[in-house]
Write a protein that binds this ligand. Structure first.
Ligand code: GUN
Length: 282
């Protein structure tokens, strides 16, 4: 059997068309949606991500302002910038690219972002509203995009065994919450999990965000499963996912490629959150 490849670019393109129209509507009402992106230091990966976020904004008509700050800036300077952006009514969304250099306190910075402008969904208020199922807050972009990818397969989530490998605040934990809120039976695995292979093999929906190249092999996948690969690992200059794609596609029912799977939808959800913020703030 050969799996269907989930086309993240196509899913993304369709959503971006809707977002373009929404952005035009807001502009017609006198609101110019605006995202502030803060990048500290010169990590090459983060530079690429930020550039792609700026490009995404331009594509749907969102204004973006990038603040590229020296790696050596103080915590105080960064907090002052976030405070200024919080108070600027022309800025609807604020994104601080992670990771920050080691000497900076990431948690304190994220806590200062106004939850109404927290388009990454990282603030405890937004994470909390996802956790309680209250809704209405911002949801972390990668897991939100993954829900779209799963929806594109037509496979229903309710009652299914979903396994998430990875427990980060950015992907693993919010992913587990979204799947739970959609009535899946959810197991979260991580680097210390025993019998990970057996648990993964029981998954109808398997989301892999562990950051290890080709960690999931074909023998860890249930026949017909939906396999979502969040990995972006550089190996000898080549981009590798967390799933051994060639093996996965022989066993799974659906699988995302790397690149071209999860990546494009992550940025699309950021654009969607920014328009949601602009609409709410008016
Ligand atoms: N670093 C890796 N992923 C992300 C993300 O989704 N948002 C931000 N701000 N930083 C990241």
């Amino acid at each position: 059997m050969s799996a269907q490849i989930i086309d993240g670019k196509k899913v993304s393109k369709d959503v971006r068309e809707e977002l373009k129209a929404k952005c035009e509507d807001l502009k017609a009402k006198g609101v110019e949606p605006c995202l502030a992106v803060v990048l500290v230091g010169d990590d090459p990966g983060s530079q690429v991500y930020v550039r792609n976020k700026e490009r995404g904004c331009a594509e749907v008509g969102i204004k973006s302002i990038a603040y590229r700050l020296d790696a050596g800036i103080t915590q105080q300077t960064l907090l002052e910038l976030v405070d200024k952006l919080n108070r600027d009514p022309a800025v609807h969304g604020i994104l601080v690219q992670l990771p920050l250099p080691k000497h900076l306190d990431e948690k304190e910075v994220l806590r200062l972002i106004d939850p109404k402008k927290d388009v990454d969904g990282f603030h405890v208020v937004n994470a909390g509203s996802l956790f309680t199922g209250e809704g209405g807050g911002f949801v972390s972009c990668t897991p939100q995009g993954i829900m779209r990818l799963i929806a594109s397969t037509g496979v229903s989530i309710e009652g299914k065994n979903a396994v998430v490998i990875g427990r980060s605040n950015i992907v693993g934990k919010p992913m587990a919450m979204l799947l739970l809120n959609a009535n899946a039976t959810v197991t979260v695995c991580h680097s210390r999990t025993k019998n990970l292979k057996e648990i993964a093999k029981g998954a109808d929906i398997l989301v892999v965000a562990i950051g290890r190249p080709e960690f999931v092999t074909g023998d860890m996948i249930k026949s017909g499963a939906v396999v979502i690969d969040v990995g972006m690992n550089r190996v000898d200059g080549k981009l590798k996912g967390d799933v051994k794609f060639d093996e996965a596609k022989e066993v799974a029912g659906y699988v995302t490629p790397v690149p071209g799977g999860v990546g494009p939808t992550t940025i699309t959800m950021l654009l969607s959150n920014t328009l949601q913020a602009a609409e709410a703030q008016g």
